[in-house]
Design a protein around this ligand. Structure first.
Ligand code: B12
Ligand code: SF4
Length: 490
């Protein structure tokens, strides 16, 4: 059987062409060694209406696991979110041998450190690999503490593929220094970064994830609600946001349709949250993508930037099943927006909200309390805006300086954060959006002012969620209980 050639095979990296080929031709499963991928559990209680994102397949892991399966590795996912302990996960990985890999999330440091330490204590020669956003944002300090031999930085597929080929051929850490996009740790904890790797040019090269690799999906294939990315990257550089895969790259619309039909056929998906950072980044493509989503018959939501919303496109989105749009409003004070390099105006925010509501789409906005430049006036303006414009402040939280961002670097430099590792431990423990959650104040306002404003805003959020999303995750949004929030972007 022959497969279509990569459309730009002559100009892209040879690894991208090999990835394209392997994800179409699938080597025999098990022709390479076992690979155990351990997904850490999370302390987060996610944002109302997006609770499913913390239990359904984790998209980044799905790509790299499927790629490894296609490359012949005998992949098994051990999902600690299903109640598997760190001890059990490590024991399973050691029993299987081959190689062990773990994703890192903003709140997973303690699990990564614990599980990989247990693995190394039991099997010092078993190669251990980490990847994902957290390690990419702070590779050296983390690898000095987490016992991973290799870290795949930023976009994972090509680097992981090349690394797995290297390991399957008996390659060593010393021999891996020629592989781009890695951080490598030696036995003494010294960490070397190899040169960065170019992003995948044609996103259609990545395999369509095989979600049956997840034990939860094998038990029950139905996933009524799921997240999906149709593009990677963002053109903005807000100072509080870590963009792990930077340049914007798009899957083609036919590829997204193929992925959609697989999700509908195999997993009975009826609602989709599009995780793209700026869903409307390319208007023409967005238009065609909406039609594909409309044809599939599902309802869906997305995130985007306010300047990218226009009435005609919004009407088209609504006609094709768009239920709500998550805008990265963050603040409605121009000084605060400018300080964080948001590159949007309050006027653009107001126009986008009005146009979205006029199109019949609900506005769910992300707000951050305690950004640099916050004042009594900016906090009051946020409250008034939510009430007057009738938006759902679905994600509202204290600023968390995330590694890899200018705000984080500044907070470390000013001594506001306790240092990399103690802070990562804090991120692994805290339950975001609790009014009494520990937080680190980077503003000139007293802590109590920020806390009081946050408490008022949370009450307002609860009321708005009840009004606009009746029945959705209400246990998670009471101000008295830890209420959930998810990621920062847009
Ligand atoms: C969907 C999403 C969520 C979902 C699901 C998260 C999940 N566990 O999958 C929910 C809503 C639950 C969520 C929660 C949070 N999120 Co979030 N989230 C995202 C978002 C929008 C998309 C993630 C995604 O699917 N990307 C698409 C895939 C293709 O990219 P990827 O995940 O990076 O995976 C690639 C590589 O990283 C790598 N890779 C990934 N895993 C592995 C594993 C191995 C072994 C290897 C080799 C490679 C590898 O290969 C993949 C393919 O190229 C990103 C922003 C973004 N677009 O990336 C933020 C993002 C990852 N989240 C972030 C944060 C901060 C959080 C929260 C801590 C927010 C909070 N409440 O405080 C929580 C943490 C909870 C948790 N355990 O994840 C930050 C991370 C910042 C950082 N420095 O680490 C990001 C980058 C957003 C941001 N810009 O600030 N999030
Ligand atoms: S907050 Fe949104 S717009 Fe800003 S860099 Fe992150 S993803 Fe892009």
């Amino acid at each position: 059987m022959t497969f279509p050639k990569h459309p730009a095979a002559d100009s892209v990296s040879p690894w991208e062409v090999r990835l394209w080929d392997v994800s179409r031709s699938h080597r025999e499963r098990g022709s390479r060694p076992p690979l155990t991928m351990i997904i850490p559990a999370s302390v987060q209680i996610p944002t109302p209406n997006r609770e499913f994102l913390l239990t359904t397949p984790s998209e980044g892991v799905s790509y790299v696991a499927t790629m490894a399966r296609d490359a012949g590795w005998d992949v098994e996912i051990v999902d600690m979110r299903m109640g598997v302990s760190g001890e059990e996960a490590a024991a399973r990985a050691v029993a299987r041998g081959g190689a062990v890999a773990m994703p890192t999330f903003a709140d997973s440091y303690l699990h990564n450190e614990h599980v990989l330490r247990l693995v190394k204590e039991a099997a010092p020669m078993l190669p251990t690999i980490v990847g994902g956003s957290l390690i990419s944002s702070l590779p050296k300090p983390i690898l000095e503490h987490v016992k991973a031999d290799y870290s795949v930085l930023h976009e994972g597929e090509l680097t992981f593929f090349e690394l797995l080929e290297h390991l399957a051929a008996g390659g060593t850490r010393e021999g891996a220094h020629g592989i781009e996009g890695l951080a490598i740790r030696d036995d003494q904890g010294n960490v070397v970064l190899t040169p960065p790797r170019e992003q995948i040019r044609n996103l259609d090269a990545v395999p369509i994830p095989d979600l049956f690799l997840y034990p939860s999906v094998r038990l029950d294939p139905r996933i009524p609600e799921i997240g999906l990315t149709t593009q990677r990257g963002c053109y903005a550089r807000c100072t509080f946001c870590f963009v792990n895969i930077k340049k914007i790259r798009f899957k083609s619309v036919p590829r997204v349709e193929e992925e959609l039909s697989s999700l509908l056929r195999n997993h009975f998906v009826s609602y989709m949250y599009l995780n793209d950072l700026t869903f409307t980044a390319d208007r023409k493509r967005t238009w065609a993508l909406c039609e594909a989503l409309g044809r599939s018959g599902i309802t869906w939501s997305c995130s985007t930037r306010v300047e990218a919303a226009d009435p005609e496109l919004l009407a088209h989105m609504h006609a094709n099943g768009c239920r709500d749009i998550w805008y990265g409003v963050e603040s409605v004070d121009q000084t605060v927006l400018d300080f964080c390099n948001k590159k949007q105006t309050v006027d653009q925010i107001v126009k986008a909200v009005r146009a979205t509501q006029a199109a019949g789409i609900k506005v769910a906005a992300n707000f951050i309390v305690g950004l640099p430049g916050e004042s009594h006036e900016s906090l009051q303006a946020m409250y008034d805006f939510i009430l007057d414009m009738d938006v759902v402040p679905a994600s509202i939280k204290y600023l968390s300086p995330f590694p890899g961002t200018p705000i984080y670097d500044d907070a470390i430099r000013r001594g506001i954060l306790p240092g990399h590792i103690p802070y990562l431990e804090h991120l692994s423990r805290r339950q975001v959006n609790r009014i009494d959650d520990e937080y680190f104040n980077v503003t000139t306002l007293p802590d109590q002012v920020i806390r009081d404003a946050f408490a008022r805003l949370c009450e307002l959020r609860d009321a708005q969620v009840r009004k606009h999303f009746p029945g959705a995750g209400m246990d998670a949004v009471s101000s008295a209980a830890p209420a959930g929030v998810a990621s920062d972007p847009c």
